[in-house]
Structure formats: structure tokens, C-alpha cells
Write a protein that binds this ligand. Structure first.
Ligand code: GPK
Length: 803
């Protein structure tokens, strides 16, 4: 087989030769004794070799064209696996399959040997990974900057149905996708004192670069993800060592070792820990020093920075970039204060990802002043200038209640602030940044999130991707708007049958995997009803499990009422310290074991919760899903991106008018979406009634039975009191309005049943969901950022067309 990358043809034979060379000379292994790991490494190196050339080309083109670069600063990049993605974007998957077969291995087995790079918690980190891929596909010259955590997000196990965390260690084995760049290293200071117009840090570490190439679709462009690892400045403090204080002598090393050691496992909740602030500054300062160094090799006038550099802050985590950039421009490069402030603002942009109060970062002025004394001074001056210029009273400032409000800081230091869905951006204007929006009208804009169709359709769902390409050609992969040409086939019975067959192939594969890994038999003809995401009260997995209990109860009462057989699938991790979320996990597992062993409902209902949900599990589950659960309390989910992946893969959605659900429903048509629940406005009004939960429960027979069964210990017979707290909260502290939305949700689910029992009608709507998902490509999102925030152009304009 002869596959073509954009660069040069690579035959199976040539690839095989390259793989064998790496096996022999890079890994020092004899083919006769090579394990799946050895072959994976050899194949990864051979594929990596094919990326290097486009990578150099892109870098050269950026320098030669004096192009503006985008720098995406993020504490999280939830990448998952790299090998298969790289092979797909280079068009080398088939050649690799031939090679694997020839050496006696299954390519799938090799692909699945790669550990996920889990350098993120959830949506925010996965969005950053989709953005990197889209920027490379579009030819937007860019760098991602992050931290090379030694331990990514913890692994999840269940013991007696409860979550147990174990450390993740993706770097124990060598990672073939990174290039260490010890020559790119910067000193990062902490603490000490501000001395007039400068800073004398008391501690320091070195940030040392590791680069990962990010290849775009068809290998036409490649960017770099640069991750920083912490190293000690000096291995030992010799003076202290010689004086006999050995513990103190090792302090620099100890700080460096902890800095890039582990990802904080909290999603949408900040912890206020000193180490976290240090990590944020470590990433930000290393990135800014690197950006300014690169800029100065090409240009001599720092005043031109905003014309050649755009820096995006992914949430407030890198919001110290404002003060740090001002510090570098003034203290280090001698620029005058007001010009530095202007330059910084014109260069920086800030994306807000949540309105949840517990997520909004605030640092006590004491901690900030202690860890970053010079920055604390700069923050106060930015705050003063802003108050003076806008004639505002103290309550709109950055420093309030002895805390530095990082949202306000990020807003004031950015020329554009964006939300991540239409509804969310609207709420950003009306709530958290109401006052700042009045002072700076037009600064807040919307950029609705998106996901990359290369990973989330082509890679994850080969049966459907092949079917689509057979019908409409391959253009959709690089230009997802083209998928709308599939729309007429929703009326074509043959096509619907093929669409259904593709889904069934995926469902059979998932059933087999669930059988093998969990020992639960599930029926591929039942409806696969899926909720996979972080476990959080606002996402309301408890609403889903309550409905499951009501459904089970009613099925038992009346088994022949024409129910649609269902498999309820859950996936997701709780933050280790989030007790309520952990209780919900425990309940789901308890309910699963009772329902799965019930002979009455054995052909009607199953509940499965595979542990350790991650990017690779999402790739397995999403293509096999019939029904996507997007059931957050309206106004709480900023956007959601899983919801988009399901739509692309032909699942129907049951959801509230929240985040990007609103736009999904608009795009696919309200008749092809199961809507339920209160709107964001109604939620706010409803909460004013202190009895909202009590009233709703008293009005709902189903809800009462559910809570009754739980409180009686029906799902925890060995420990009947286990869920008393949970039931008490449902009655008295139902902040996320589970009770108020319960009946509406239950009724919408019965409409789902009815449609599922009419396969033709279901399939028509499923096809329309896929055909109308073009808007949700992250390519569209990135073009929006390029036009409205970064003011930058694709380097591929004028080159031969994508397909
Ligand atoms: C938002 F604020 C945060 C956070 O700390 N982590 C995170 O994953 C998510 N998010 C939102 O909850 C999602 O609604 C959104 O789609 C995603 O960010 C990407 O914007």
C-alpha cells in the first residue's frame, strides 16, 4: 500500500524499514524478542520522523514570513494518546496496519499500549488539546505552553463502590513524543523582596523546556506544545552544605521537585494553596521569558509586541501574565510604565470558562505579597490606575477584601475577554463582570467552543467516518461544514440502515469491552444512555441516577408496559476532596449492583460505571452512544464539549437549555433534541422560594418513591443509613434544583423511549444530528479567535486546497 503524506509518499515497505531501524538502533532490540511496547516505541519514532519535516517547514515559514504567533497559556492539556492521531493526520494508518500485521502484531494492540497523557482535569484541558490540533490544521502559527507534570490526573478505582485514587505515572516509561530542550531554560524566582523598581527573589528554580510537535490534518502544518519541567538552580547550597545544614542545603532541589510534580485534581474549584500559585507563576514566567526572547531575536522594538504576538490566557490560571509582562517590560527591559501597561493589554486575551463562585480564583494579598512581592506592587498600581481612569469606587477593583481577584485582574489586563458559548458569554456580561462590562463595553465577546473532528469522528468512529466519506467524499474532515451535504440522506432508507449498522458495530465493540473488563453482560440492541464527565453536583449525575431508580421501580411494577430496553452508562472522576460527589459515585455503584442482579428487569435495564474515565475511554464510548445526557442546572455549565462530540457521532441529546446545548438544539432543530427543565432565568427565580425542593417532591409520586427507597437502604442493605445525608440534602439543600426538574426529566425520558421503539424515526433524527454538527468543529472556533481576538492569519492561505 502506498500512502501519501503531504510531504512524500510513504509505502508500507518504507515504513517497515524505518520501524525496524528504530527497533534495532534506537531501542537496541532484536525483532525476535520485541514486545508490544518495543514495537510501539519503534513505530512512534518512525511516525515522529515524518512529522519533523513539516514541523521545520512551519517554523521556517513563520520566521521567513515574519508572521504573528499565537501563544496559548494553559495549566492543562488533556491530550490522551498521540500515536494514532499522528498516523491519521499523516495518512499513515493503513501503512502502519500493514507493518504491524507483518511483524505479527495487531495495530490496535500497539495503539492501546500507549498511556494517556492526562495533563488535565476535564473540559478546559481537553479544549486546549482540540485547539492545538485545530491551530495546526488551519496553519495558525502557534505555541501551546504548559507544565510537564510528572503525574497527570490520578487513576480511579472502585472499592466497595467507592472511588479510590492512585497516582498516575505516564512518564515512568520514556515518552517518545517529546524532545528535551535543556538549552531553553529560564530562571523563575519566588519570594524575597521588592526593591525599588525591581525584585530580589529569595528562592528560584529553572524551567526547562520539553517540546511536543502537534501535527495538523494532512501534515500541512505543525506547531509546538512546549511543556516546562522544573529543575533546581543549583543542586546544593554549598555554603549551607559546608556549614553542616544538610536539610537546608537540599531546599532548592526540594522546591524544584515539587513544582512540576503533580496536576491539581480539582475541576472548577480552586484550593488557594501556595504550591498552586507557584505552579501558575512558573508556567507564566517561563512562557513570557521565552516569548520575549524569541521576539527579540527577530525585532528590536518591544513596542511592536502586539503586532507579532498574541497571548491567550486559558481561564485565570495564568492571569499573573499581566503583572509579569509589565515587570519584564519595565524592570528588565526599561520600558516606561504606562506604555508597558498598554502593550501588555494589547497582547493579552482572557477566556472565562465558568461562573461558579467556588471556581473564581482569589489569592490573599498576604500570600501574593509573600510569594510574588514585586507583582503585588504592580497589581496595586494597575488597580489604582484603573480606578483613577474609570472613576470607580473601591468595590469594582482587583484588590478587594484583602484578596487579589484574578478574574478582575485578567479582565483589566486583556483587550478581549471571551465566554465559551452564547448563553455563557451573555451571563458573563450580566453577572461576574457586570460592572466591568459597563466600563469597557465591547471587550467581552463570545467564542463558542468546538472539538476536533479528526480525533472525535475520524479516529474514534471509523465505521461512521468511512460511511460518511463514501457518501460525500473526504472534504468534511478538514472542513466540517461540508457534513451538511449528508442531510438529504436522512430520508434515504438504505443510508439509515447503514448508519444504524455503523452504530451497532460500535455498540457491539463496547458491549464486548464492558463484558471483558467489568463482567457485566449488556445487550447491544438496548439503548445506550450515557453520561460521561467529571462528577459534580451542578452536572447532576444524581438526577440521572434518581430517574434510573424511578424507571426501575416502574418497570418492576409493570414489566410489560412496552419499555425501551436501556443500558445506563456512567463515567467520570470526582475531585478527591469533594465528599458529596464521592457519595453520588457510591450511590450509582450501589444502584448498579442491585439493578443488575434483578431477574425481573434483566432484559430491560442495566447500569454500568466503568472506572477511570479518560480521553481513551471517551473515544470508545461516544461512538457507541444512542442518548447523550447533558442535564446540568441551567446557567451552570459554561459550554460543554462532550455534548458536541455526541452530536457529531449521531447520538440524540436529552438536555437543559444550558451552555452550548442551546446552540446544539438550534443547529439540529428543536424537533431532534429532547429538551426539559427550567431555564437559567427560571432557576434564579425558583431559588427565591425556600421550599422549592419540598414543594416539588411533595408534588411528585416518582420523586417520593425514589427518595423513600434510598433512605430505607434498598441500595445499601448492609448499611441502611448510608444515604441519609444525601436524602436530607435532596429535601433541604437542593441548590441545583434536582427536585424541581425531576418530573420534566422523567417525562422527557419517556418520549425518548417512544422514539427508540420506532427505529426508523430515531435513525432519521440521528442522521440529522450528525449532518448538522458542522458548527461544532474547533476549526470554526479557532477561526473566530484568529479574527476577533488574535488578529492573525493562516499561513496556509493561497496554498493548494485541503482535499
Ligand atoms: C471550566 F472553570 C472551569 C474549569 O476549571 N475546568 C473546566 O473544565 C469547563 N471547565 C466548563 O465546565 C465546561 O462547561 C466547558 O465546556 C469547558 O471548561 C471548556 O470551556
Amino acid at each position: 500500500m502506498n500512502m501519501t503524506t503531504n510531504m512524500r509518499p510513504v509505502s508500507s515497505a518504507a515504513l517497515k524499514q524505518a520501524v525496524e531501524q528504530h527497533l534495532t538502533y534506537t531501542l537496541g532490540k532484536d525483532a525476535g524478542h520485541a514486545s508490544v511496547y518495543d514495537w510501539r516505541m519503534a513505530l512512534s519514532f518512525a511516525i515522529r520522523d515524518c512529522i519533523v519535516e513539516p514541523w521545520f517547514r512551519a517554523t521556517r515559514s513563520t520566521y521567513e514570513g515574519q508572521r504573528k504567533r499565537v501563544y496559548y497559556l494553559s495549566m492543562e492539556f488533556l491530550i490522551g494518546r498521540t500515536l494514532e492521531d499522528a498516523m491519521i493526520n499523516l495518512g499513515l494508518l493503513e501503512a502502519a496496519r500493514d507493518v504491524a500485521n507483518e511483524v505479527g502484531f495487531d495495530l490496535r494492540e500497539i495503539i492501546e499500549d500507549e498511556p494517556d497523557a492526562a495533563l488535565g482535569n476535564g473540559g478546559l484541558g481537553r479544549l486546549a488539546a482540540c485547539f492545538l490540533e485545530s491551530m495546526s490544521t488551519i496553519g495558525c502559527p502557534a505555541f501551546g505552553y504548559g507544565i510537564r507534570y510528572e503525574h497527570g490526573l490520578f487513576r480511579q478505582r472502585f472499592e466497595g463502590g467507592q472511588q479510590v485514587e492512585t497516582p498516575e505515572d505516564w512518564l515512568t516509561l520514556p515518552h517518545p513524543w517529546e524532545f528535551a530542550r535543556p538549552e531553553s531554560a529560564y530562571e523563575i524566582g519566588f519570594k524575597g523582596e521588592a526593591v525599588d523598581g525591581g525584585w530580589r527573589p529569595a528562592e528560584s528554580v529553572v524551567a526547562s523546556a520539553y517540546d511536543m510537535p502537534v501535527i495538523g490534518w494532512q501534515g500541512r502544518w505543525a506547531n509546538t506544545l512546549r511543556l516546562w519541567g522544573a529543575k533546581p538552580t543549583t543542586l546544593f547550597d554549598l555554603e549551607r552544605f559546608n556549614s553542616g545544614d544538610y536539610a537546608a542545603a537540599a531546599e532548592p532541589e526540594a522546591l524544584a521537585r515539587t513544582l512540576s510534580r503533580v496536576l491539581y485534581p480539582d475541576d472548577t474549584t480552586y484550593q488557594g494553596k501556595e504550591l498552586r500559585l507557584k505552579q501558575e507563576f512558573f508556567l507564566t514566567s517561563a512562557a513570557l521569558q521565552d516569548i520575549l526572547r524569541r521576539f527579540r531575536t527577530e525585532y528590536d522594538d518591544l513596542a511592536k509586541l502586539p503586532t507579532k504576538v498574541a497571548i491567550q490566557m486559558n481561564d485565570t490560571h495564568p492571569a499573573i501574565a499581566g503583572p509579569e509582562l509589565i515587570r519584564l517590560l519595565t524592570d528588565v527591559h526599561g520600558m516606561e510604565w504606562s506604555q508597558a501597561q498598554e502593550i501588555a493589554r494589547a497582547t493579552l486575551g482572557y477566556t472565562n470558562h465558568t461562573l461558579l463562585p467556588e471556581a473564581l480564583e482569589r489569592w490573599s494579598t498576604w500570600l501574593m505579597g509573600n510569594v510574588l512581592p514585586r507583582h503585588m506592587q504592580i497589581i496595586e498600581r494597575i488597580d489604582d490606575d484603573h480606578r483613577r481612569a474609570t472613576k470607580r469606587p473601591a468595590h469594582v477593583g482587583i484588590v478587594r477584601n484583602n484578596e487579589v481577584q484574578m478574574g478582575e485582574l485578567a479582565f483589566i489586563m486583556s483587550h478581549k475577554v471571551n465566554g465559551v458559548s452564547a448563553l455563557h458569554s451573555d451571563l458573563v456580561k450580566k453577572t461576574v463582570f457586570h460592572d466591568l462590562n459597563e466600563i469597557h463595553p465591547g471587550r467581552i465577546i463570545n467564542q463558542t467552543n468546538g472539538v476536533t473532528p479528526r480525533r472525535w469522528l475520524k479516529l474514534a468512529n471509523p465505521p461512521l467516518a468511512t460511511l460518511i466519506s463514501d457518501k460525500i467524499g473526504e472534504g468534511w474532515i478538514g472542513d466540517l461544514e461540508q457534513i451538511k451535504t449528508l442531510e438529504p440522506f436522512a430520508k434515504d432508507a438504505d443510508f439509515r440502515r447503514d448508519f444504524r449498522a455503523a452504530k451497532r458495530t460500535n455498540k457491539v465493540a463496547l458491549s464486548n469491552w464492558v463484558g471483558e473488563t467489568m463482567g457485566v453482560k449488556i445487550d447491544p440492541d438496548a439503548m445506550f444512555d450515557v453520561q460521561i464527565k467529571r462528577i459534580h453536583e451542578y452536572k447532576r449525575q444524581h438526577l440521572n441516577i434518581f430517574e434510573t431508580i424511578a424507571l426501575w421501580h416502574n418497570m418492576r411494577e409493570n414489566p410489560n408496559a412496552g419499555w425501551a430496553p436501556r443500558v445506563k452508562i456512567f463515567g467520570g472522576k470526582s475531585a478527591p476532596g469533594y465528599a458529596v460527589a464521592k457519595e453520588i459515585i457510591h450511590l450509582i455503584n450501589d444502584v448498579a449492583s442491585v439493578i443488575n442482579s434483578d431477574p425481573v428487569t434483566k432484559d430491560l435495564l442495566k447500569v454500568v460505571y466503568p472506572p477511570n474515565y479518560n480521553v481513551s475511554m471517551a473515544e470508545r464510548v461516544i461512538p457507541a452512544t444512542d442518548l447523550s445526557e447533558q442535564i446540568s442546572t441551567a446557567g451552570k455549565e459554561a459550554s460543554g464539549t462532550g455534548n458536541m462530540k455526541f452530536t457529531m457521532n449521531g447520538a440524540l441529546t436529552i438536555g437543559t437549555l444550558d451552555g452550548a446545548n442551546v446552540e446544539i438544539r438550534e443547529q439540529v432543530g428543536p424537533e431532534n433534541f429532547f429538551l426539559f427543565g427550567l431555564t437559567a432565568d427560571e432557576v434564579v427565580k425558583h431559588r427565591r422560594n425556600v421550599r422549592h425542593a419540598r414543594d416539588a417532591i411533595e408534588a411528585s409520586q416518582n420523586m417520593q418513591s425514589v427518595l423513600q427507597m434510598i433512605v430505607e437502604g434498598r441500595f445499601s442493605p448492609s448499611d441502611p443509613d448510608r444515604y441519609h445525608g444525601l436524602v436530607d440534602r435532596a429535601w433541604n439543600h437542593d441548590h441545583y434544583l434536582v427536585a424541581a426538574d425531576f418530573d420534566s426529566y422523567y417525562d422527557a425520558q419517556r418520549k425518548v423511549d417512544a422514539l427508540y421503539l420506532d427505529p426508523d424515526a430515531w435513525e432519521e433524527q440521528a442522521v440529522l444530528n450528525t449532518a448538522r454538527s458542522g458548527f461544532f468543529s474547533s476549526d470554526r472556533t479557532i477561526r473566530g479567535y484568529m479574527a476577533d481576538i488574535w488578529e492573525t492569519e493562516s499561513a496556509l492561505v493561497g496554498e493548494e486546497s485541503l482535499t
